[in-house]
Design a protein around this ligand. Structure first.
Ligand code: C6P
Length: 409
């Protein structure tokens, strides 16, 4: 097996936290789908900003304010190129994927989706791409339609197509499932939705950190992702939206920076993207996200995707060879997520015992309870990989699973 896409030891050395000992053992961090770790370059960028650049933006003519404004807007341009968006004004900084989806629900959904209209979601969605649409449906009297999946965790495309009718007004779809790792055939699904005049939001939280994303090639109308899953900090996320849609949307929140003028009678809203960035934004976090994108680009998203696929293939082979372990989510096209259950052991016990060996995985419903319901499990154990993980770490995971089985035998 070829693991030499890039120098993994050099990459690991960029992440100080990977040198940590947990429970007296070297940390094996396999919870990257929840939050990935931060390289020194991003930590340094945060320190530099806080020590020599910090100020509020868009508000003053002094040196620091102009510098911080420049760096914040430069981060927006980095995100634009990262997503291959047409224009930087199509990039809106949010607190994360959740806020980005809520922004679309409020700004687009409340204006353009009404009573009896239908919104299509998939059975693979994270709660962040279910609950806002449910709230909208309750408010407006709209209806949610759900694309079912097969036992591998792949969406049933015939059933997807059959859901469309003249009432269909929106498709909100995850690019990659956080619970199972399924990579959805989003480009084809977007093209189908567009043939019916239906705009599409992609939840890219689990895709953007793991593969190149080109929103123009996908032709999605909205794309959302989070900084903390992409080697950046928490508190920052991105909403990409096509300019022509963002322009006709209502603001999400009211306050400073999103206005051109205010009187007690009337407010005129700012142009995009400011119209959607009310109040002082997470300036430091946006700049750090820009640094994270620079770092990922220095490795190359295509290299990351190829390397993580090798990790996933290796892990899938090793874990599926274990008696009494069931992998949940066996789609033909998967990102680096391995959800599993060990016969007779609650996933929380699996997580706790692995933690005793310094191995970090996530256990629970992964904020995707409908996925758990589909597979008739209350929860799973989930190992999720990043480009700084190694085959040796997967061996440790497998040793840990064997140890759990011995303890419960
Ligand atoms: N999934 C996980 O462990 P926020 O919290 O806004 O940054 O991201 C929400 C979100 C939305 N969509 C998908 C597909 C996601 O995976 C997540 C976050 C984490 O799987 C935390 S629940």
């Amino acid at each position: 097996m070829n693991f030499d896409r890039f120098d993994i030891e050099k990459v690991r050395a960029d992440f100080p936290i990977l040198g940590l000992q947990v429970s007296g053992k070297p940390l094996v961090y396999l919870d990257n789908a929840a939050s990935s770790q931060m390289p020194q370059a991003v930590i340094d960028r945060i320190v530099q900003y806080q020590t020599a650049e910090h100020s509020n933006i868009h508000r003053a003519v002094h040196y620091l304010s102009e510098l911080a404004t420049r760096e914040y807007e430069a981060a927006r341009v980095k995100v634009q190129h990262f997503l291959t968006a047409h224009e930087s004004r199509e990039i809106i900084f949010t607190r994360g994927t959740t806020e980005a989806i809520n922004l679309v629900m409020h700004g687009y959904g409340r204006a353009f989706i009404g009573k009896g209209d239908e919104i299509i979601l998939s059975g693979l969605e994270h709660h962040a791409n279910i609950v806002p649409w449910q709230m909208l449906a309750q408010e407006k009297g709209a209806i949610l339609r759900v694309i079912p999946m097969n036992d591998a965790g792949e969406l049933l495309i015939d059933e997807f197509e059959a859901l469309f009718n003249e009432k269909t007004k929106f498709l909100a779809l995850t690019h990659v499932s956080n619970a199972l790792g399924t990579v959805n055939p989003v480009k084809k699904m977007i093209a189908f939705a567009h043939r019916h005049g239906v705009p599409v939001l992609l939840d890219g939280a689990q895709a953007a950190p793991h593969q190149p994303v080109d929103v123009q090639d996908l032709d999605c109308d909205f794309y959302a992702f989070s900084g903390h899953k992409l080697c950046g900090p928490t508190g920052i996320g991105v909403l990409y939206g096509k300019a022509k849609l963002l322009e006709k949307m209502q603001p999400f929140q009211g306050g400073g920076d999103m206005i051109l003028s205010v009187t007690f009678e009337k407010t005129t809203y700012n142009v995009i993207p400011s119209k959607f960035e009310a109040g002082t934004p997470p300036i430091m976090a946006a700049i750090a996200l820009g640094a994270a994108i620079d770092y990922l680009n220095s490795i190359g998203l295509a290299n990351i995707e190829a390397y993580e696929k090798q990790l996933l293939d290796y892990a899938t082979g090793e874990v599926s060879a274990l008696n009494g372990v069931r992998i949940i989510g066996t789609a033909a096209k998967k990102a680096a997520v391995l959800s599993f259950e060990i016969k007779g052991v609650h996933p929380h016990d699996v997580g706790t015992i692995l933690n005793d060996d310094g191995i970090a995985i996530r256990t629970g419903h992964h904020c995707a309870q409908p996925v758990m319901q589909r597979f008739h499990v209350p929860a799973t154990a989930r190992a999720s990989f990043a480009f700084y993980n190694t085959r040796r770490e997967i061996d440790k995971l497998v040793e840990g699973i064997r140890k759990v089985q011995e303890m419960f035998s």
